[in-house]
Design a protein. Structure first.
Length: 286
């Protein structure tokens, strides 16, 4: 497991969580000062040395830091997304209701060839468990097409699984041969043109999923951190569940958690109306 939640302050970075027992310096924020990007927490720090035995313990400790901020778990392996982490995210507003969970393939045969540490059945049950615990959460998925030996049947299994799962968007990757990997020696390579066709099909599915997710948000309220930049007179940011939202630019509302009423969806972004505001910053795990 490679988790890199980080706090930037005085040039120090906290991160590098692994599966083994590791001691970490811990930054205690007693004064928050917003930087240019909402992903950074600049603070006056003092050091202690607690022991974090797993990612849950680190997350739990971070949520106890005083102040208005949020923690986004931008990517986590399905076998590491424990029930304890899901429960913590459901109950603590400082943890964003957004999870990016790699699948890679919906074919049991191909997933085994990829040497993943989870099964298709495990992944499917995890997604439904997550949506049951946090119905409004956004879920992103990594998927690879064209892995050696991937037949049309394997691809259809992947497509149909993703079509039926309540996920929000896909990151689609086309397999490419890399030296010094086991996969490069595998037989039954998929033709480049076929890889591109499968990639395009899943990208179309991703757009459909994202549109459904955004349309579902219309009329609801969300907390958004707007970036300190103007896009043709509009400011943009992400909600806790990773809905992209824009509102008329006002520097007084940037780098702060703003409560927004989502009015409509235009193309690939939602339009929001600000109804409340509070100081904020965001911690990122990637």
């Amino acid at each position: 497991m490679r988790c890199r939640p980080w706090i930037a302050g005085h040039g120090m970075i906290i991160g590098g969580v692994t599966n083994r027992r590791v001691a970490f310096p811990f930054a205690v924020a007693d004064r928050l000062q917003l930087g240019n990007y909402t992903q950074r927490l600049f603070c006056h720090i003092q050091y202690q040395s607690p022991i974090f035995t797993d990612f849950f313990n680190l997350l739990s400790t971070l949520t106890k830091i005083e102040g208005e901020f949020r923690i986004r778990i931008s990517s986590i392996e399905p076998n590491l997304l424990s029930d304890k982490i899901i429960k913590l995210a459901a109950e603590n507003e400082k943890i964003c209701k957004h999870f990016h969970i790699p699948l890679q393939s919906g074919s049991a045969r191909i997933l085994k060839a990829m040497q993943r540490r989870y099964t298709v059945d495990y992944y499917e049950k995890l997604i439904y468990k997550l949506k049951q615990s946090i119905p409004e959460c956004g879920i992103g998925v990594d998927v690879i097409v064209g892995f050696p030996g991937e037949s049309e049947t394997d691809f259809i299994q992947t497509h149909n699984l993703l079509r039926d799962l309540p996920v929000s968007y896909l990151h689609v990757f086309t397999y490419s041969e890399r030296p010094d990997t086991k996969a490069i020696s595998l037989d039954a390579r998929v033709e480049i043109t076929e890889r591109k066709r499968r990639n395009n099909i899943l990208r179309i599915l991703s757009n459909k999923k994202k549109n459904e997710f955004y349309n579902y948000a219309i009329g609801k309220e969300a907390e958004v951190i707007f970036e300190d930049a103007s896009h043709n007179g509009m400011m943009r940011g992400f909600s806790s569940n990773y809905t992209r939202i824009e509102s008329p630019y006002d520097e007084n509302f940037t780098n702060k958690i703003c409560k927004v009423k989502i009015i409509e969806k235009v193309n690939d972004i939602c339009k929001g109306e600000i109804i409340d505001i509070k100081n904020s910053v965001e911690l990122v795990h990637s």
